[in-house]
Design a protein around this ligand. Sequence first.
Ligand SMILES: [Fe+2]
Length: 479
Amino acid sequence: MKGVNVSLSTIRRSAQILLAQPNSKVVPQAVRLTHHLVKQQSPILYQQQQQQQQTRAACNSALCNGKCKKKNARRPLKAAAVSGGNFANHKHTGSLALTDDDAGPEVNRRDEDQVLEVRVTPDGQLARFPYMWLRDHCHSDRYFNHSTQQKIPDLELLQRDLTPEDVHADDKSLFIKWRDGHETEYSFEWLAEHSYPGKFCRRTKRVMWDKKKIHAGPLPAVPFEYHMNSEEGLRESLQNLVKYGFTMVTETPPTAEGTKQASERVSPIQESMYGGLWTVSPSMGNNDTAYTHASLGAHTDNTYLTSPAGIEVFHLLEHDGTGGESLLVDGFNAVDTVRREDPKAYQTLRDTLVPFEYMATAADGKPPYLMKAYSPIFTEHPGTGELLTFRFNAYDRGVMDTVGPSELAQFYKAYQHLSEVISRPESEFWHQMRPGTVVLVDNWRVMHGRGAFTGFRLLSGCYLSRDEWISQARMYDAL
Ligand SMILES: [Fe+2]
């Protein structure tokens, strides 16, 4: 678990969640990480957790979660909801609700559609869970390894009669007895979190921004000490990244070591062909416009990689000249603007593969590179349709060999439209970086650039991987 940055109090809190709810009531990634961390850093809690798992295994019941008394504490189901109050052997379409509280969980069998409708939260809408989906996501010991938090494949899923024999509910869980005798428990909390079909539940809502909006409120910024030494501070930094696509860490030691500390608090530094923690100055002579005094238009980095870096970190360490202001542009807001102004252009940019490439000659003991990747300018989340990735780099766009002559004019029209939106003054947020302020930018969303400058300008920075920082955002309830 090298490089993981979670405080002991977070581990304890996670462990307590596990102790209370060992049947997958928290996301699997968090469970897996917590198991490792608890074992390493809090052996007593780990021992308690293992004892509880052994109790569950000894009970030999798919429904038992180590608290067998819970089964006896189930409240009866509303008689009117099911014929004769005995729904166990009925093939029907029925409604189940608790007797003493009509606001309790509501479960409707829809055998004709092979789905259960479940009101997973008291004020929420009915969510539909296909029987096949429910059986596939059975987290009993037969189909889920609770030690590794991984599924155990059911190769006979499609051969089974998946109409439930029996459906129960109490105030916390839904219980299904299947026709082959197997039993499954699903907590309503888990069902709410995984409401089919994959509703994307964000704890932090994105804010699409332009110059006016970003100047209207305080800049997303967190002081270094708060960012480094409190869970709330790190959560605020991660929430800023989810919300705005960038955040600043102010009052950081104005050194490369300060850059490293502020970055590694979010996630381990990603090694790339540029190394780990890097410095950029105009005298370095690499094959890239970034290493000159010239201005750089708004762009995202690594467009020529299959998976571009998730976050790019910038920290100005020295500048003895003029100019060099930094530019940020919200790529998602630019795409959304194109969607509103020309829906066909939006579709073209979403559906056209664009080649990106980067060449570098061998130098300083490093091999030559010819990096190339194909991707649309943006992609949408396959489940929710919300914007997922954004790639825009006029410097690294390759030869357009992906569309035929008849489609080319349409692509260029859409691409030029987007370029024009990006370069509108109202899209641009310009600011002057200062030593001591680290800027972290979501490279899958927000573009960066700079003005031309004079003199010596030394910048330090690094990349953080997408999966690592998103994982951290989940761990800190920021996503
Ligand atoms: Fe860049």
